[in-house]
Design a protein around this ligand. Structure first.
Ligand code: 3PG
Ligand code: MG
Length: 394
């Protein structure tokens, strides 16, 4: 991919605007429950500071209403965590679009955090007037927000057209490199694992991957719809009958690529306390809910993973949040951990599973992205990347 990188730009004495993805999960009290995205954004910020730039960082947090300020949308908890990680103060600036004293006083080697960029009117619509105002704040624009690369917004797209220099930060570059390695010229067999609740939200990903991979392992509610297509029943499991023809079309077009579970751990209700019962799919009763794959199916999936040279993983296999229904996801996670394949994982639930089963250091690359990761897998153009490429090609 041809774009300029922060590492190749001389930033000494320059004003550097970094768009990061610091959209972290928070509990009801606002406390950060997973700071991975903040930690992943630190190297780019440190690099610019170390080389003598005056650094402004911004990010969105959640999906606030534009033009309306509420304390809950504030990046304050992020500023605090970032300051701890950088070991230096990180002042937080509100109403920053038009510059002002904070901007005039920003010195080389200093960093400020610019409040939630999605509070600015025009951010989501990629408003050109907003984007060009923001571009005037800097000499160098850096996009290090891979997690938001699928959004064409003023801080991820428009600003890159107007800034004097526009480049990718180290996280953006690393994410694209890892995903490219997994999908552009993968070592084979290439195995994709796509779990999650609905075929409808991942149909384009499933189709794109089915054409590319050697095996496509489906999990969760997605698997249930495939089971419904293959076996004709799933009891009262979460499934999408409307999507059965779409699942069937994938099975027909790519025979043998999508393994269908033959057994499942079921329950009569969706609850952590529900009594788990192992059943062959053919013996499911109308009031059975599939909450995990069974051991015979797991053994077949493990054989596929054991042979893989590249593994791409998005979405859990079973309801791993409930211990009684976590065995399938755990076994797959452990198979990926034990494998010498190049493995890449992305998506909030997937990363939560990786941490729950303690295999983070045994996955080759863990993406900070959810939606952007999926769109990359679909083969879609990511607008935030495309604009950096267009700047590099003149
Ligand atoms: C994410 O959490 O997936 C990214 O930060 C993008 O957020 P969005 O879906 O609100 O655009
Ligand atoms: Mg999201």
């Amino acid at each position: 991919m041809a774009f300029l990188r922060l590492a190749d730009v001389d930033v000494r004495g320059k004003r550097v605007f970094i768009r990061a993805d610091l959209n972290v999960p928070q509990d009801d009290g606002g406390a950060i429950t997973d700071d991975s995205r903040i930690r992943a954004s630190v190297p780019g910020i440190r690099d610019a500071l170390a080389r003598g730039a005056a650094v402004m960082v911004t990010s969105h947090l959640g999906r606030p209403k534009e033009g309306v300020w509420t304390a809950g949308d504030s990046l304050a908890p992020v500023a605090e965590r970032l300051a701890q990680l950088l070991g230096r103060p990180v002042p937080l600036v509100r109403d920053w679009v038009d510059g002002g004293p904070w901007h005039a006083g920003l010195k080389s080697g200093e960093v400020v955090l610019l409040e939630n960029c999605r509070v600015n009117k025009g951010e989501k619509a990629d408003d050109d007037a907003l984007a060009s105002k923001m571009a005037k704040l800097c000499d160098v624009y850096v996009n290090d927000a891979f997690g938001t690369a699928h959004r064409a917004e003023a801080t991820t797209h428009g600003i890159a057209k107007h800034a004097p220099v526009a480049c990718a930060g180290p996280l953006m570059a690393a994410e694209l490199e890892a995903l490219g390695k997994a999908l552009a010229k993968p070592a084979r067999p290439l195995v994709a694992i796509v779990g999650g609740s609905k075929v409808s939200t991942k149909l384009t990903v499933l189709k794109a991957l089915a054409a590319k991979v050697d095996a496509l392992i489906v999990g969760g509610g997605i698997a249930n719809t495939f089971i419904l297509a293959a076996h004709g029943h799933v009891g009262k499991s979460l499934a999408e009958p409307d999507l059965v023809p779409a699942a069937q079309a994938i099975l027909d077009e790519f025979p043998g690529k999508v393994p269908i579970p033959v057994d499942a751990v079921c329950a009569k209700e969706f609850a952590a306390s529900a009594k788990p019962t192992l059943k062959a799919i053919e013996n499911l009763e109308p009031d059975d809910m599939i909450l995990d794959v069974g051991p015979t199916s797991v053994a077949a999936l493990k054989m596929i993973i054991d042979k893989a040279a590249t593994i791409v993983w998005n979405g859990p296999i079973g309801v791993f949040e409930f211990d009684a229904f976590a065995a399938g996801t755990k076994a797959l996670a452990e198979a990926i951990a034990a494998s010498s394949a190049f493995s890449i994982a992305g998506g909030g639930d997937t990363v939560a599973a990786i941490h729950k089963f303690g295999i983070a250091d045994k996955v080759s690359y863990i993406s900070t992205a959810g939606g952007a990761f999926l769109e990359f897998l679909e083969g879609k153009t990511l607008p935030a990347v495309a604009v950096l490429e267009s700047r590099a090609s003149g």
